[in-house]
Design a protein around this ligand. Sequence first.
Ligand code: HEM
Length: 419
Amino acid sequence: MSTNKQVPQDKGLDNTLALLDEGYLFIKNRMNEYKSNIFETHLLGQKVICMSGEEAVKIFYDPDLFYRNGVAPKRVQKTLFGVGAIQSMDGDNHIHRKHLFMSLMTPSHQNELSKLTMSELEDSIKIWKNKDQIVLFDEVKIILCKVACNWAGVSLNESEVKELSEDLSSMVDSFGSIGPRHWKGRRARTKSEEWIKNIIEDVRSDKIKAKEGTALHSMAFYRDLNGNQLDSHMAAIELINVLRPIVAISTYITFLALALHEYPECKEKLLTGDSKELEMFVQEVRRYYPFTPFLGARVKKDFVWNKCEFKEGTLVMLDAYGINHDPKIWNNPDKFWPERFRDREYNPFDFIPQGGGDPSKGHRCPGEGITIEIMKTTLDFLINKIDYDVPNQNLSYSLSKIPTFPESGFIMSNIKEKY
Ligand code: HEM
């Protein structure tokens, strides 16, 4: 008898349509139905093992058991990641390139990005207070694009910043979709890669001076394990791999504003601007609201875990969203409650909004520190630097849309500076 007879088998010949329909809840719904933290399904004509829970995160991030090369579908590489980028590398080459990314995300970089963010937000008050209303998501996308380019050493004028911010966010918006939304993301990627590639070439030929230590300089002159520079197209893809996700923090910031609106009782503690209070709120936003749905990897060599036979080459999906709402990990997971983070010890495997494990040894996001600091700064700004009203609007977000965010983008009116 095959071992996998003991593992729940999803109904139906192929469940791709169910995945598109159920979105973030696709794995979680089945975990609940089968009362299991593992099941087998078929997606896009292939067998897929879906798993959830802290122990599943531990094996998923074991580089002896899983690899990433060729895992992300071409449609994701051509929009979200860029073809052949760090996300699809393995082994020593991956670790070497990962160190390049990690070297750009130290606490001093986080601090610099926070300061740039606060300064841009404060400058915006002058414009916002003269407008009837603003859409926070749209404003923050442009602000973070300016901040990211400034920090990375990429100098762009106002209209270029606006164009790039639209392109970078449509790369994120398009990866899980089909039709026009998807093609918009592909066109945006092709255009931005060409643009940034020219900048990299100008830096290499000294037409543009790039400051040492900036992301632009580091990507342009990084040498891989064999001592070779990245070709200029790949250097552009990797530079976009830091610019794009900084702009994507605008989604979390929209959820931050939504959380303040939905849970006003939390505001009082944030008024002190205390770093710990801000951090707890930010962490709860990253846990509670949907952003990363699932993560994928393929089995490197045959092994058995949880009575399930993992055959070499099989696609495995880890339920990132579900783990952030797992009742075995979180008390009352569907309650928004920042206090749960007050005395929580760091565990690399049980809270994975941006991946799990050790970022310097695996694929966990290197940008978590940057994300948290930029979110804390913006939260402090929303609470302590301005007053605003939240007019009637559609703030709902659909869990079947990947990625998702509040429909209205969070409209704010009557914005005033606090003195
Ligand atoms: C907007 C908030 C962010 C979210 C939700 C997010 C989420 C993620 C996730 C889920 C992964 C994949 C983990 C895995 O495959 O195991 C990842 C990887 C990555 N992220 Fe982020 N991220 C964010 C912000 C950032 C920032 C601010 C940066 C850089 C400035 C960044 C750079 C990267 C890079 C380069 C990778 C690839 C790492 C690798 O393959 O080794 N991310 N991110």
